[in-house]
Write a protein that binds this ligand. Structure first.
Ligand code: AMP
Length: 113
């Protein structure tokens, strides 16, 4: 998607602080961190939101979840972390390209608000 900020990060047109990349996903530090460690994991393929994950994307979505533990280990989050996916208006999704927030480095609170 030509006007998608995260697609531009994938393409290298917008810089990012990358922590992991392979042929299917990219992880980079959030510009506005909400915890001592806050990274975003995105699929390189443009998928707008959770609502837009098709049956054909199921393997990719599963791969993303399966990679969370590796990213968490790389970032020394052995005490735990939180994975968040905001979806749509009420979910406070601001960037319409699917992303997992991985937050850690402090004890989280609940409910999230
Ligand atoms: P959400 O509100 O769930 O859609 O999350 C979007 C996240 O993307 C927010 O936490 C933003 O701080 C983050 N963000 C937006 N633009 C960038 C960027 N260029 N580099 C890194 N993080 C970004």
């Amino acid at each position: 998607m030509s006007d998608c900020i995260f697609c531009k990060i994938v393409d290298g047109d917008i810089p990012s602080d990358k922590v992991y990349e392979d042929d299917r996903i990219l992880c980079f530090r959030d510009l506005d961190p909400q915890a001592p460690v806050h990274v975003l994991m995105i699929p390189k393929k443009h998928i707008s939101s959770c609502d837009d994950i098709s049956d054909d994307d199921a393997e990719l979505a599963g791969y993303m979840l399966s990679m969370v533990k590796k990213i968490a280990a790389d970032l020394d989050l052995e005490k735990g972390y939180r994975v968040v996916v905001n979806n749509g208006e009420y979910g406070q999704q601001t960037v319409p390209h699917l992303h997992l927030h991985i937050l850690g480095g402090r004890k989280m609170t609940w409910p999230p608000g």
